[in-house]
Design a protein around this ligand. Sequence first.
Ligand code: IPE
Ligand code: IPE
Ligand code: MG
Length: 252
Amino acid sequence: MNLEERLEDILEGTIPGHVAIIPDGNGRWAHNRGLERTEGHRQGTKRAEDLIEFIAKKLPIDFLTFYTFSTENWSRPDSEVKFLMSLLKDLLGKRGGKLLKNDVRLKVIGDIDGLPERTAKVVRKTVEKTSDNDGLRLILALNYGGRQEILTAVRELASRVTGGALSSDEITEKVFQSHLYTSGVPDPDLLIRTSGERRISNFMLWQLAYTEIWITEEFWPSFKPENFLEAISDFQQRERRFGRVDKGKNDQ
Ligand code: IPE
Ligand code: IPE
Ligand code: MG
C-alpha cells in the first residue's frame, strides 16, 4: 500500500482526537552516522515540521502534542541546551509562517518563564499570532515536567483552600484538571515514543492514565508520515476498556 492508499484506509476508522509524541533518539541517530548530536536535533526538527504539515492537511486530528524539552533536559551539556533553545527560536520565529499557513494553532505547556528570555518571547508571540487559527491544535511541551505540572496545580489549589475560596472536598478530578497546563485539552488517546525506549520520562503523568501506547524502534529523525499512519492503524485495532469488562465477550 502506498501512502495515499494507507491514508484512505485509515480515514475509514476511528481517528484519535489527541495524539502525543515523545520524539526520542536524535542523538543516537546522529551518532550512528558519525555526526554531532546537534545534527540529530536539526533533522529531528525537520521531521516534526513535515509531520505537522502532513497531519494538518490530511488527518482530522484535533490535538497533536510534542514533548520538546523536559525539565530534566537542562542537565545536558550547556552547548546542547543552547543549541536546542536557539533551534526552537528559529523554528517558530523564521519558519513560524509555515504553521500559520496550515491553519495550525499553537499552545505551549510547561514553565515558559523558565526559558531563556528570547526563546520565551518568540514562543509567546507565535501563540498569540496563531490564536485565531482553527485547524490542528499543536501543543509543544517546553520546559515541561509531569511532576512539576502536578505540583503547580497542588500549590494553586492549596492557596485557594487557605484563602477560603475552595473547600478540600470540592477538589474533584475535574477541578484538579482545570489547574493543569492542559486545562481544556482532552487526554491523549494515543502516545507514540520513538527509539524503542519503554518509559514515559515524566511526560503527562496525569493525562496518560488511559492512553494507548505505541513504541517504535525508529529514531525520531527517521520517523516519517508512513510510521505515523502505522501507529494510527495499530490504535484502530485496540480495544479500549477503561477498566470495564468488554461487553458480550464475557457474558455467560
Ligand atoms: C530527543 O532526542 C530530543 C530531546 C530530548 C530534546 P535525544 O536528544 O534524547 O536523543 P537520544 O535519546 O540521546 O538518542
Ligand atoms: C524525553 O526524552 C524528553 C523529550 C523527548 C523532550 P529523554 O531522552 O530526555 O528521556 P530519557 O532520558 O531517555 O528518559
Ligand atoms: Mg533521549
